[in-house]
Design a protein around this ligand. Structure first.
Ligand SMILES: [Zn+2]
Ligand SMILES: [Zn+2]
Length: 253
């Protein structure tokens, strides 16, 4: 009985993650057609591979999330709370920031680790096979990489209290930034990307440089770790004509 409940929860969560991916990436791919027609021209075989890897990743993300969701419902596991008065109101934004910072830290170090040659060939090369990435590449990970990404939030909810709505916001930010950072154009205004906030926040223009140069810009949401560790290579640029994967002149750094 319990086994079936866990299995059902894992399957449901896999379906949710898969549909969330298809809807979000689909919407951003559609927006790309409107804003930059032809940007993905000739990339159809690559996009099919991106969708395949991403749906496999959806299962890997869905399983731990489903088990934890079941444990939360059935046994009160985790520190997820539903009563907004359980903690002071100021804790809502603090917990949001805390989750984003910790996820970013985990991502930075595992991502940097996955750029070591052996592990890169074994796992992370799948993500970088998208040259250039499209809106469908957001979850295009080898299963090994997908596991490192899938365990973060399910582990954090056991340690750091979070309101269920804030948790939803964390997942929404994760999804939107994951898709947005790979779609091949910048959705945020120039004033933000090239202004003071852009010095600390990661958007598509920053992650673009990671996909063009490989070495550097390993962060997820914030440039803090890249700056602190000297791996920040600055903002990239989008050149729709050049999709042969040729590295820009600034490649050696
Ligand atoms: Zn990427
Ligand atoms: Zn990488």
């Amino acid at each position: 009985m319990t086994g079936w409940a866990i299995l059902l929860s894992a399957l449901a969560m896999t379906a949710i993650v898969g549909v969330r991916y298809l809807v979000t990436s689909g919407a951003f791919a559609f927006a790309t057609r409107l804003r930059h027609p032809g940007l993905y021209r000739g990339l159809e075989p690559q996009m099919r591979r991106e969708i395949g890897w991403s749906l496999a990743s959806a299962a890997i993300y869905g399983i731990p999330a489903g088990v934890v969701a079941w444990g939360w419902q059935a046994h009160g596991w985790t520190r997820i709370y539903a009563d907004v008065g359980a903690f002071p109101l100021w804790y809502l934004p603090v917990s949001l920031l805390l989750y984003l910072l910790l996820h970013d830290t985990w991502f930075y170090w595992t991502h940097r680790w996955m750029h070591r040659p052996r592990l890169f060939r074994l796992a992370h090369a799948v993500h970088h096979a998208s040259r250039p990435p499209t809106a469908w590449a957001a979850m295009s990970f080898h299963p090994i990489e997908a596991v490192t990404g899938a365990i973060v939030i399910p582990a954090l909810v056991f340690v750091i209290p979070i309101h269920v709505a804030v948790l939803g916001l964390v997942l929404a930010i994760m999804t939107i930034m994951g898709v947005g950072n790979h779609m091949g154009w910048e959705m945020f205004p120039r004033a933000l990307v090239h202004g003071p906030a852009g010095r600390w926040l990661i958007t598509a223009t920053h992650h673009q440089a990671h996909h063009a140069v490989y070495r550097g810009n390993y962060g997820l949401y914030f440039r803090f770790w890249d700056r602190a560790c000297g791996t920040d290579i600055g903002l990239g640029r989008f050149d729709p004509v050049r999709r042969d994967g040729e590295r820009p002149a600034a490649a050696d750094g």
